[in-house]
Design a protein around this ligand. Structure first.
Ligand code: S3P
Length: 169
């Protein structure tokens, strides 16, 4: 099957947006960012949406933005850390394109993601760690798992491209 859309999934700080930018450049596609689309639609940043309307409202928007983008092809979608955790979203994504889990060790994520309020679910450190462990189960449903962490964005991109070439035979 020829892949014409890639979804990057994984925890906060895994590098989904950076890899989406680099991979889309490499493929001559476009990057799409679920959080960015939500913010553009609401004219507010994610933390303000969480604070003002709550997480359930945010999750509904996340689903709606994901569905809106279904007709769009030749894009690399950077999902939010929670997008692929929802079973219905997971099914939509796995039917629509190639899901790739950027798997990064917890220690690295703790260093990368500051509890500065920009990510509401990274504020409480013990909760952040519990969430990490709980979510691994969901991310495992991605079709491809690549190791992040110490590797460069370039290396990750090349691994994904190699997999896509293999798949297209
Ligand atoms: C979330 C991750 C964030 C953003 C929101 C919720 C999550 O995206 O969607 O703060 O539930 O893990 P990033 O993974 O891009 O930080």
């Amino acid at each position: 099957m020829n892949v014409d859309k890639v979804y990057l999934v994984g925890f906060m700080g895994a590098g989904k947006s950076s890899v989406a930018r680099a991979l889309s450049r490499r493929l001559d596609w476009r990057p799409l960012d679920i959080d960015g689309l939500i913010e553009a639609r609401e004219h507010r940043v994610v933390s303000d949406i969480f604070a003002g309307k709550g997480e359930a409202y945010f999750r509904a928007l996340e689903r709606s933005v994901l569905l809106d983008q279904l007709p769009v092809r030749h894009v690399v979608v950077a999902t939010g850390g929670g997008t692929f955790v929802d079973p219905a979203n997971r099914e939509v994504i796995n039917r629509d394109g190639l899901s790739v889990w950027i798997d990064v060790p917890l220690k690295t994520l703790i260093d990368r993601v500051p509890p500065d309020g920009r990510r509401p679910l990274a504020q409480d450190r013990p909760a952040f760690e519990r969430l990490y462990h709980a979510r691994a189960e969901a991310y495992r449903h991605a079709r491809l798992r690549v190791q992040g962490g110490r590797r460069s964005v370039h290396d990750i991109v090349e691994e994904i491209v190699a997999y896509m070439k293999e798949e297209s035979h």
